[in-house]
Write a protein that binds this ligand. Structure first.
Ligand SMILES: Cc1cc2nc3c(=O)[nH]c(=O)nc-3n(C[C@H](O)[C@H](O)[C@H](O)COP(=O)(O)OP(=O)(O)OC[C@H]3O[C@@H](n4cnc5c(N)ncnc54)[C@H](O)[C@@H]3O)c2cc1C
Length: 449
């Protein structure tokens, strides 16, 4: 009997797919770097079936990959051909919204947008929000500790979790479905599974924290002349506007490329930086903030979106779909202390342009969360590939003590560079944890560490 026979016997024929029956989806996440289909695809229906599948794979020493919505950007859910993929897609649904404790109990395969809607239907707000909301799943969001556009106010995915259920490599179910904000009874075990990209256990359920709805959000676009002024504007916005819900900066090359392609023009002149500030304070407070910022020279121009459509136009430039059409486009997701992002961007551009003078290099991102994304498009010479670009972007980043992953995770794509952001003592502790929780190394092998 093979492990697939055992899995069929335990979970039923319909839970196990092989060959063409799997379709193309399990072959790659949205990094589009996957090169093989898994050996088979397992679709358990509940936590107990996930535990059974893991127990059988662990006994047989067969590697396993968790797959959620496959929207990851780090290759974390990509198979090499030997693994059995466990899709969480049938573990879908909201089990409970508790308005008294402002929590939601949800299965791991539930798409983020479904959870956001259920919270809103109950008069509450789920603060996690990403562009992939329609397809990504809560299990994937938590295992990558996703960020998104509301981090500046509410924190990352980790901050939205009160309780978690996960299954260890040997099939042990760890149920820590805590609903209390305060709970210091021993180690906070859920943190082991949040951000570990399916290498320490499979997440099956979670208790998410909800908030009061933020109220009406006003979108503002500001023109700024220097990175120092971008930072000064951030601090001014935080003190003058109370809780800002987004602060996104775009460098001119990124803004211009997308705005021109989308045929959107907001101001007459070009400016080195464009900043989106979103706030729930009323228009009067925002106008006063902008007037003062103009007077103090922090901004040179500003526009308050007067309609949902105008706000959408501004965000469509930030989302930047036109830039995705550039040849060989690589999108990096790094973080640095906020004050150093400007000089890092200059040093990185200089280094890339020295090697590829005709390259496109542009920057944008959640600067208020110390996170910047870099778009790089180059014409490779013979013998060059994406690693030549990685070496420069991460090499310069190492000199600035930044992190090679702000929010997308390590997966396979950034694994060779992890030592630039983590000390050897940290890496040794990570390996120790992996050994303790997954001694046979069956969970997502070759990812993260
Ligand atoms: C248009 C677009 C916009 C995006 N915007 C953002 C953004 O703003 N911020 C951000 O952080 N990311 C963003 N992403 C990346 C991606 O959406 C996130 O990483 C998301 O959290 C992945 O969720 P998923 O369900 O698709 O996971 P998958 O891609 O399926 O898997 C991601 C990783 O999690 C593991 N995994 C999946 N499910 C489980 C589980 N139940 N238990 C254990 N491990 C599991 C996988 O093995 C893999 O390592 C974006 C992606 C796209 C395509």
């Amino acid at each position: 009997m093979t492990v697939l026979d055992d899995l069929r016997k335990a979970l039923g024929d319909s839970a196990v797919r092989e060959g063409a029956a799997m379709g193309a989806r399990p072959g790659s996440d949205m990094s589009l770097t996957g090169t093989a289909l898994p050996r088979a695809l397992i679709r358990p229906r509940n936590t107990e079936e996930v535990a059974t599948a893991l127990k059988l794979c662990n006994e047989a020493g067969v590697p396993v990959i968790a797959q959620g919505g496959m929207t990851g950007l780090a290759g974390g859910a990509n198979p090499t051909g030997n693994e059995i993929a466990i899709s969480l897609e049938l573990l879908r649904g909201i089990e409970e919204v508790d308005t008294a404790s402002a929590t939601m109990m949800v299965k791991a395969g539930t798409p983020l947008e479904e959870c956001q809607r259920a919270a809103a239907d109950a008069g509450l707000f789920l603060a996690l929000d990403l562009g992939s909301r329609g397809s990504c799943t809560i299990g994937g969001n938590l295992s990558t500790n996703a960020g998104g556009i509301r981090v500046i106010r509410y924190g990352m995915a980790r901050e939205q979790v009160l309780g978690l259920e996960a299954v260890l490599a040997d099939g042990t179910i760890i149920s820590s479905m805590n609903r209390m904000l305060k709970n210091n009874a021993g180690y906070d075990l859920k943190q082991l599974f949040i951000g570990s990209e399916g290498t320490l256990g499979l997440i099956t359920r979670a208790v998410l924290r909800l908030h009061p709805p933020p109220g009406d959000i006003t979108t503002t676009l500001c023109a700024v002349e220097s990175y120092e002024q971008v930072v000064a504007l951030l601090r001014r916005a935080q003190s003058a506007l109370g809780g800002i819900v987004a602060f996104e900066a775009m460098w001119l090359d990124y803004f211009k490329f997308n705005a021109d392609a989308l045929k959107l023009r907001f101001f007459e002149a070009d400016h080195p930086f464009w900043v989106i500030v979103e706030s729930t304070m009323g228009t009067e407070a925002i106008e006063a903030f902008l007037a003062q910022s103009l007077e103090d020279g922090l901004i040179t121009d500003a526009l308050i979106a007067r309609s949902h459509a105008q706000s959408r136009d501004i965000w469509s430039v930030r989302e930047g779909h036109p830039i995705e059409a550039l040849p060989n486009l690589l999108n990096f997701d790094v973080s640095l202390p906020i004050g150093r992002i400007g000089t890092y961007a200059e040093a990185c551009t200089t280094a890339l342009k020295q090697r590829w003078p005709q390259s496109h290099v542009s920057f944008y991102g959640h600067v208020g969360d110390s996170n910047v994304h870099i778009c790089v498009s180059v014409d490779y010479a013979p013998g060059e590939d994406m690693h030549s670009v990685d070496d420069i972007v991460y090499g310069v980043l190492g000199q600035y003590h930044g992190s090679i992953s702000a929010e997308h995770g390590i997966g396979t794509l950034k694994r060779p560079y992890l030592h630039l952001s983590r000390s050897s003592a940290e890496l040794a502790l990570m390996k120790g944890l992996k050994q303790a929780l997954d001694p046979k190394g069956i969970l997502n092998p070759g990812k993260v560490i």
